[in-house]
Design a protein around this ligand. Structure first.
Ligand code: NAI
Ligand code: ISE
Length: 352
């Protein structure tokens, strides 16, 4: 799709950034609340969802915010300077291309676009516009523990990383969740986090599935072990559990030349009583990563005002989609599948 729209100008420092939120489900509602109540310098001016009642319910609580049943119509609403996409992954390409066509900055929830060919179209559309507009919502990059681990690895304080052991356990997932989405929706986070933490590309993926019968209540063969290799020789294993039923846990342990480092052990409130000790496990990502989402959206608003992007780029979104495609094939065939990456375009000069 050609870039035909005029480039959007960020509003002056005294005018809040007008944000259109596409998708009024779990994440859309959380981001609307965040922009409305926690982030200064931005306001929600439009909410779109084919489920009209959802969009209307969210917009009703915000002065000057309009609800749209047609997602793309929201992009043309008065006062829209930027777009936050929180619809399901398969709807992202259309929304991203429409936003880029209008020169609007976008924060797109992960996965940027689930399939790599479509993701590459987004990379190309942004490149044609000549400036960075796409930020992808891989919020672990804004999580304090992940940032500390990255700083440690970057400084080589423990020597070079050799292995990452990751656990990604969900209480439950949406009823529409499929086996493939274990890879494209959930392990997508580890694909992005590993690339970012290690500053390396992922070269091959394998998936191991227990042979036990499919649990009737979920439709997903749980758990699975996803193992991938990087071009720096690091091996990463990820236990992915979609319907664990006890809480939400995201843990990463880096095994390096001279030691190990682990994040994700926090248990919130710890109690000691009657001869026992105990802690709490967060029940969902909205709780576990609340601070990360807040920091992400604040950083995004500030970046849009400066005319740039923040966090994962469209290229990162594409790279994760390419790795996920290999992962889905590995899951289907039981084979080790190499990752095919397109040549990387030159980065924008002012990207952060
Ligand atoms: N960063 C993170 O930790 C998380 C990210 N996500 C991502 O956020 C996105 C949304 O996920 P959820 O909120 O959990 O889904 P959800 O199913 O709760 O909500 C999705 C909403 O989008 C609406 N919708 C469907 N097609 C649409 C379209 N073309 N345009 C606008 N709205 C449309 C649906 O009617 C629904 O209200 C997904 O990309 C998902 O992967 C989800 C959970 C956590
Ligand atoms: O992005 C997310 C969900 O879409 C996904 O379904 C979960 O597995 C992840 O933990 C969560 O962060």
């Amino acid at each position: 799709m050609p870039i035909s729209g005029p480039p959007s100008a960020a509003p002056s420092s005294s005018t809040p950034l007008g944000v259109a939120v596409l998708g009024a489900g779990t994440m859309g509602a959380d981001h609307v609340r965040r922009v409305d109540q926690l982030v200064s310098g931005a306001r929600v001016v439009a909410v779109a969802d084919p489920d009209e009642a959802r969009a209307a319910a969210l917009a009703a609580g915000i002065d000057g915010c309009r609800a749209f049943p047609e997602p793309l119509a929201a992009l043309d609403a008065a006062g829209v300077d930027a777009v936050l996409i929180a619809s399901p992954g398969p709807a992202h390409e259309e929304a991203l291309l429409a936003a880029l066509d209008r020169g609007l900055a976008v924060l797109c929830e992960k996965p940027m676009v689930p399939d790599p060919e479509a993701a590459l179209r987004v990379v190309e559309a942004e490149a044609k516009g000549g400036r960075p507009l796409v930020s992808v919502g891989f919020m672990r990059r804004f999580d304090a523990e992940h940032q500390r681990l990255k700083a440690l690895l970057d400084a080589r304080e423990l020597g070079a990383p050799r292995l990452l052991h990751c656990r990604h356990r969900n209480l439950a997932v949406h009823p529409y969740f499929t086996e493939e989405m274990l890879i494209t929706d959930s392990v997508a986070h580890e694909f992005d986090a590993a690339r970012w933490l290690l500053d390396q590309e992922i070269t091959a993926v394998q998936v191991f599935r227990p042979t036990a019968a499919l649990p009737e209540h979920t439709g997903v063969n749980d758990p699975q072990l996803v193992v991938f290799e990087t071009d720096g020789g690091v091996v990463v294993d990820v236990e992915i559990l979609a319907n664990g039923g006890f809480g939400y846990q995201v843990q990463t342990e880096a095994v390096c030349e001279r030691g190990t480092a682990r994040i994700g052990e926090a248990h919130g409130l710890m109690t000691n009583t009657a001869g026992r000790w105990g802690g709490e496990i967060a029940q969902d990502y909205l709780t576990r990563f609340a601070d990360a989402y807040d920091r992400e959206v604040r950083a995004w608003v500030a970046a849009v005002r400066r005319g740039t992007t923040v966090g994962a780029t469209a290229w990162d979104g594409y790279a994760v989609a390419a790795v996920a495609a290999a992962g889905v094939e590995a899951q289907r065939t039981g084979r080790r599948v190499p990752v095919e990456l397109a040549p990387r375009p030159a980065p924008f000069m002012n990207a952060v």
